[in-house]
Design a protein around this ligand. Structure first.
Ligand SMILES: Cc1cc2nc3c(=O)[nH]c(=O)nc-3n(C[C@H](O)[C@H](O)[C@H](O)COP(=O)(O)OP(=O)(O)OC[C@H]3O[C@@H](n4cnc5c(N)ncnc54)[C@H](O)[C@@H]3O)c2cc1C
Ligand SMILES: NC(=O)c1ccc[n+]([C@@H]2O[C@H](COP(=O)([O-])OP(=O)(O)OC[C@H]3O[C@@H](n4cnc5c(N)ncnc54)[C@H](O)[C@@H]3O)[C@@H](O)[C@H]2O)c1
Length: 454
């Protein structure tokens, strides 16, 4: 039996930061990781996909070079091994740096292996029993596979396996037209692959407002991605060396590769939670209160496994809440943060707070400010005019309820609105601010001045 002051299970986006912070207070910390340090974000999620988004954008810009008066001799080719080597180098730098820091920090013991509870305050890793009064779970999640007829009979890929391919797919079929599916669809289309997306819902990213879904569909269709929405009766079958996708009333789709991008499930099924008496919900997410405490005193759940956020920034914020509450006697809580994220297509979608539909459903009387990117100077100058700015404001309090910026720099420009919302400042505060010309953010005060009943 090894006794520690704290055990952290999972070196994803919350675990390592928490381990460093606890170790700095002199506490002895066991940091347990069964796979690559850095978890999903660093190894198979944000970092590799955003390096691919960057390569894909360069390819697309090169294809458009003549529009800008730039002459490129010859066509645009993709050297996948070099694209992949660049991605792998960026990932390795991040993973290895974090691994070295964990290994070299005083008071942290990095233990490689799968951790499982055997009792309330006891965990077993590689047959070794570990014990601590504080245990933190940051076990993340993995790709979920829905029950599609024929799936057992064909080779299919998750985000992890797709990133390891040695050659580009001839025709990539993607099941799921949401965040993961759409980022990959555009990336591989820009790498020259045929790409077909099959989505159950009548529109893409069904959680967003309809105009967001429609604009993203148009923009990806213009690049050659083929969509089958409202898909009925999907079944898959082997087809020579590839995969056939069958949909009710439609011609068979013959793909060389199949990616499942149909959501994620938490890594909580093999954690021994029952032995410890730690509650999970029906989907397997660990139940937590506002301070991320589980049903068992002395055990906290952070990141994707608690079902309260599925992003790197939400996992990191979970760490900040737990650390501040435990070490600084703070009273931070989950509901202090605003929902925010980006979809990293090119151009991206930056989002904060409620969508228009959510604001209406919550009973708000709303004002809406809109401006197409075609009327944003910076976008026109850059030759990237797809998308719009949309801001939703409460008609009575003038508080900003939410915003979407779909367009060039949308992932950055959204932060002006995010910060204003966090400060609980009414819309007119920004209306009077002077922003820098020519930027996308420059138009946000103008949009605030043009609010109309929604
Ligand atoms: C393709 C893709 C792209 C994404 N892009 C973005 C993006 O651009 N922006 C964004 O904010 N988010 C993005 N995400 C989501 C983001 O990666 C995750 O939300 C984030 O990594 C969650 O962090 P986490 O700490 O909760 O879990 P993880 O990062 O998954 O870490 C959990 C760790 O726990 C380990 N573990 C699990 N069980 C055990 C056990 N029993 N014992 C020991 N170790 C264990 C795992 O091996 C893993 O290392 C993306 C996800 C995917 C799949
Ligand atoms: N930019 C980012 O921050 C980013 C990028 C990628 C992923 N992520 C994270 O990863 C999470 C998972 O992303 P995701 O896109 O896999 O899941 P998701 O839950 O957002 O979407 C899954 C999609 O698959 C569809 N679907 C489900 N079953 C289907 C079936 N049988 N046939 C056809 N379609 C089906 C759903 O209707 C839905 O549109 C996201 O919630 C997000 O938090 C974030």
């Amino acid at each position: 039996m090894s006794a520690f002051d704290a055990i952290v299970i999972g070196a994803g986006q919350a675990g390592p930061s928490l381990a460093f912070r606890l170790a700095a207070t002199g506490r002895r910390v066991a940091m347990v990781e069964r796979d690559a340090v850095g978890g999903t974000c660093v190894n198979t999620g944000c970092t590799p996909t955003k390096t691919l988004v960057a390569s894909a954008r360069v390819a697309q810009q090169a294809r458009r070079a003549a529009e800008y008066g730039v002459v490129l001799p010859g066509g645009v080719g993709i050297d996948w091994p070099r694209v992949k080597a660049r991605m792998d180098a960026v990932v390795a730098r991040s993973r290895d740096g974090l691994t070295r820091s964990l290994e070299s920090t005083e008071n942290i013991t990095l233990i490689r292996g799968h951790a499982r509870f055997t009792g309330p305050q006891e965990v077993v890793v590689n047959r070794e029993r570990l014990e601590a009064p504080w245990i933190f779970l940051d076990v993340g999640g993995r790709a979920a596979a829905p029950p599609i007829p024929g799936l057992d009979s064909v080779p299919w890929l998750t985000n992890t396996a797709l990133l390891r391919l040695d050659a580009l797919p001839r025709h990539l079929a993607i099941i799921g037209g949401s965040y993961i599916g759409l980022e990959f669809a555009q990336i591989f289309r820009r790498f020259g692959c045929a790409v077909t997306v099959v989505e159950l819902a009548p529109r893409l990213i069904p959680r967003e407002d309809e105009e967001v879904s429609a604009t993203i569909r148009e923009m990806l269709e213009a690049e050659g991605v083929v969509f089958h929405l409202n898909a009925k009766g999907l079944a898959v079958a082997p087809d020579g060396a590839g995969i056939a996708l069958r949909l009710e009333g439609e011609a068979e789709i013959q793909a060389s590769h199949l990616l499942l991008a149909t959501g994620r499930k938490p890594n909580t099924d093999d954690l021994g939670l029952d032995a410890a008496g730690i509650a999970r919900d029906a989907l397997g997410f660990i139940t937590v209160d506002e301070a991320l405490q589980t049903s068992l005193a002395g055990v906290w759940a952070l990141g994707e496994c608690n079902g309260r956020g599925a992003f790197t920034h939400t996992a990191y914020n979970d760490y900040e809440i737990v650390a501040d509450n435990l070490l600084n006697a703070a009273t931070r809580k989950l509901t202090d943060r605003l929902p925010c994220y980006a979809l990293f297509t090119d151009p991206p979608l930056g989002r904060v707070g409620m969508s228009e539909a959510e604001a209406r459903a919550a009973g708000h009387e709303i004002l809406i400010g809109r401006r197409p990117m075609a009327r944003v100077n910076r976008a026109v100058e850059k030759g990237e005019t797809t998308g719009f700015i949309k801001i939703v404001v409460d008609a009575t309090t003038r508080q900003i309820l939410g915003a979407a910026i779909l367009g060039v720099e949308g992932d950055e420009a959204i932060h002006g609105l995010l910060d204003l919302m966090y400060a609980k400042a009414p819309a007119w505060v920004m209306q009077r601010a002077v922003h820098i010309h020519p930027t996308v953010s420059e138009l946000i005060p103008t949009v605030m001045g043009d609010l109309e009943p929604g």
